[in-house]
Design a binder for this molecule. Structure first.
Ligand SMILES: Nc1ncnc2c1ncn2[C@@H]1O[C@H](COP(=O)(O)OP(=O)(O)O)[C@@H](O)[C@H]1O
Ligand SMILES: N[C@@H](CC(=O)OP(=O)(O)O)C(=O)O
Length: 449
């Protein structure tokens, strides 16, 4: 049995949903389907999830944006009409949106999550009704009914272990099950969404719970490429990757698959295949537990912008027991999470996502570091980008860092920071955002051309 997840680009309009139907019906193993909210139909378009968030925020500021509300309702209505579905399907989607809007108006806790979830919920209603209208036995299954239980963390749910046993019971249902992705329920019945892009996580949880033979993740590219196609035209396609490699690459910027989505599939050793809805006969990329040794030791170069470096120096820092802990404690007290913390003898850098340290928090953090840690320097560098090179064989290969360093030199890019990942399958470089594109291109040239 296969669990199949379709991303927003695969559900953007009625013609995409027709492709989804054909993919599901072409393989009788594809029995459980997880869907995202309708995504972008063209570049410059807005994803339904983003529209729902904007709608929710407008209600919270006391002035509901009617134009956005209409845009959302129209998108679902148009799709339902073009798929020739009975009128009640679009009405059902609208009723659920209206219900969530009321919750936001009443400022109920988790109301924004309930509204965000309407995108996936609407897609699942459309897809299940469409399959049904074309003669397939198919049903909509709400995550509550499926047993997707999560820990309460608004906009960042974490799956609870007991979900997996409950999900297994779905194996007994002899029809195609369509489950909305992106959200689950707390044991008390509260709807909570995963982080953005979280339908990938739902797919993996469902695949693990059902002990599926494969988790297929359908998107809009033929495979995972060794570098984000935004930086390199037609980069090399990856036919296979290990879970560890894909997790590192996703975490560091391969937005094609959510970095948290690998763990459930990995625990059950379920192979994950990334495939293209617009070209389903392409083999895609397989993600598996182990692979025989490969010729190339670097398999991918991931990158992301929007970081800052919090740099702290203090003479004889290395002699001060607990310095690092106290620095990180200040961040923890202020609710700021960090990504990396490379350190030297007398200095330490903490790399953060810029949005985790807005200016008002920055002031408090810097002040506390000065006063409580009595440092010589505390400095914040913004507009940083991180580049990660990844590959299982890297730790036994001499010369990877030196080849990378040459690539940076050839691109005339200064390396602001280097960190060898503790997992030893990755190496991270910090550069100024303005240098990101040329640095990635030079690394691609060095390792893949
Ligand atoms: N290394 C990569 N390989 C393939 N796609 C990538 C990579 N890095 C970023 N992407 C982007 O990820 C996109 C697919 O992910 P996403 O937009 O989340 O799709 P979906 O709508 O299916 O959820 C691709 O269109 C591509 O632009
Ligand atoms: N719709 C949600 C969840 C998701 O997974 O979407 P997509 O599959 O389009 O990345 C989001 O935009 O965050």
């Amino acid at each position: 049995m296969k669990v199949v997840k379709f991303g927003g680009s695969s559900l953007a309009d009625a013609s995409q949903i027709e492709k989804v139907r054909s993919i599901i019906e072409s393989d009788e193993q594809r029995r459980v389907v997880v869907v995202s909210a309708p995504g972008k139909r063209f570049s410059g378009d807005t994803k339904v999830t983003d529209l729902l968030i904007a709608l929710g925020e407008s209600i919270q500021t006391g002035d509901m944006d009617d134009a956005i509300y209409k845009q959302i309702i129209d998108r679902f209505r148009t799709m339902a009409e073009e798929l020739n579905l009975p009128l009640r399907v679009a009405e059902m989607v609208r009723d659920k949106i209206d219900e969530a809007v009321k919750l936001v108006e009443k400022s109920s806790p988790h109301a924004l999550d309930a509204l965000k979830a309407c995108g996936e919920d609407g897609s699942a209603l459309l897809v299940s009704s469409y399959l049904h209208s074309k003669g397939s036995a198919a049903s909509y299954v709400n995550p509550k009914e499926a047993g997707i239980l999560v820990r309460d963390q608004v906009g960042g749910a974490l799956v609870l272990e007991e979900s997996f046993e409950q999900l297994y019971a779905l194996r007994n249902r002899n029809e195609i099950l369509v489950i909305p992705g992106f959200f689950g329920f707390t044991p008390e019945g509260q709807l909570v969404t995963f982080s953005r892009g979280g339908s990938d996580i739902t797919g993996s949880i469902v695949a693990a719970g059902l002990k599926a033979d494969m988790y297929e993740n359908f998107t809009d590219v033929d495979s995972v490429y060794c570098v984000n196609p935004m930086y390199v035209d037609q980069p090399k396609q990856l036919t296979s990757l290990t879970y560890r490699e894909m997790r590192e690459l996703s975490y560091a910027g391969f937005s094609v698959f959510h970095d948290e989505a690998l763990i459930p599939a990995f625990k059950e050793k379920i192979p994950v295949c990334i495939k293209n809805t617009n070209n389903p006969s392409a083999p895609g990329t397989m993600i598996v537990a182990d692979l025989p040794e490969r010729e190339s030791h670097v398999v991918g170069i991931a990158s992301d912008e929007g970081f800052l470096n919090l740099y702290v120096s203090k003479y004889l820092m290395n002699r001060e027991v607990g310095f690092g802990r106290r620095l990180l404690q200040i961040l923890e007290d202020e609710g700021v999470s960090f990504e990396h913390a490379p350190s030297g003898i007398d200095d330490m850098s903490v790399v953060l996502r810029e949005h985790h340290l807005p200016p008002e928090k920055e002031e408090v953090v810097v002040q506390r570091i000065k006063e409580e840690l009595q440092v010589d320097t505390v400095m914040i560098e913004r507009d940083m980008a991180m580049i990660m090179i990844v590959g299982e064989g890297m730790n036994q290969t001499i010369g990877i860092a030196s080849r990378a360093a040459v690539a940076f030199r050839e691109a005339d890019v200064n390396i602001e920071m280097i960190n060898q990942g503790s997992s030893e399958v990755s190496m991270m470089f910090g550069v100024k955002s303005s240098n990101l594109s040329k640095a990635v291109q030079s690394l691609y040239h060095t390792f893949f051309e």
